[in-house]
Design a protein around this ligand. Structure first.
Ligand code: MF3
Ligand code: CO
Length: 264
């Protein structure tokens, strides 16, 4: 999600992070299970010559077939089911009939479903055909940074322990962490409190409690982390034009290890 800046007065208010009931957790599990399967279906479509529009159509068909809504479609006017972001596009790329995947591209697919009122949210980055070792490493380390982050996602730890772990891991590669976009709580709304930065914080943040559901989503550029918005007001690109990767799952905080809801 796009990072929102709060004034000092507002920031003084206590965050209200929702704790899901067992019923809500069951619905979140199902929403995310269906999303995990959808991602596996969409992955098969990532081939040279394919339009990003085709992939969006497949997501719409899938959601309809399983009786789900699409979290992103019409969200603040967003015009598609998926965000499909190619190469230097970081997130929120709008699928188009004339946007054709090419051998050597890297492409991130970000998706969310609504099942009985509960949102799922997950993103993956794939190579199209054969890609350079540098791009493959960016994809792999972005994914790895998510897993480093969620090692800290335990009840009693603080939220920004996750942020710091992602930053500490990524910093060894000289990549740029995107700072203008952050992870978020997820549940009966796509974007709930809290915001979850992927870079080091000078506070520890709220304490994690069982029943919190969070979308953790590192967005990492091969070059600098600065981003800008294209004229379509959605597509976020790396200012230096370097390739960018995104990896996201919705997770549940438990009494023990976090449960990754959107992986099967
Ligand atoms: N995973 C993205 C996010 O959390 C997807 C939002 S796309 C939008 O911001 F279109 F819905 F905004
Ligand atoms: Co998200």
């Amino acid at each position: 999600m796009i990072k929102k800046t709060f004034n000092i007065r507002k920031e003084a208010f206590k965050l209200s992070i929702s704790i899901k009931s067992e019923r809500e957790i069951a619905l979140m599990r199902e929403s995310n299970r269906l999303l995990a399967i959808m991602h596996l279906e969409l992955e098969k479509m990532v081939t040279p010559g394919r339009s990003t529009w085709d992939i969006d159509m497949e997501a719409r068909r899938y959601a309809k077939d399983c009786g789900c809504g699409l979290s992103f479609l019409n969200y603040e006017g967003y015009p598609a089911a998926l965000c499909i972001s190619v190469n230097e596009e970081v997130v929120h790329g709008i699928p188009r009939k004339d946007k054709i995947l090419q051998e050597g591209d890297i492409v991130s697919i970000d998706a969310g479903l609504i099942y009985k009122g509960y949102h799922s949210d997950a993103a993956r980055t794939y190579g199209v055909g054969t890609i350079s070792p540098e791009k493959q490493k960016l994809i792999d380390e972005t994914r790895n940074s998510f897993f480093e982050g969620i090692k800290m996602a335990k009840a009693g730890n603080h939220l920004f322990d996750i942020s710091n772990a992602i930053d500490d891991y990524i910093s060894q590669f000289g990549y740029g962490i995107v700072r203008d976009l952050v992870g978020h709580g997820v549940g009966s709304s796509l974007h709930e409190e809290p915001q979850i930065p992927n870079f080091r914080q000078n506070k520890r943040g709220p304490v994690l409690r069982p029943g919190m559901t969070l979308a953790i989503e590192p967005m990492i550029n091969m070059g600098r982390g600065d981003v800008e918005w294209l004229d379509d007001d959605w597509t976020v690109v790396a200012c230096d034009g370097s390739p960018s990767a995104h990896y996201e799952n919705s997770i549940l905080i438990t009494d023990g290890e976090p449960e990754i809801l959107s992986l099967i």
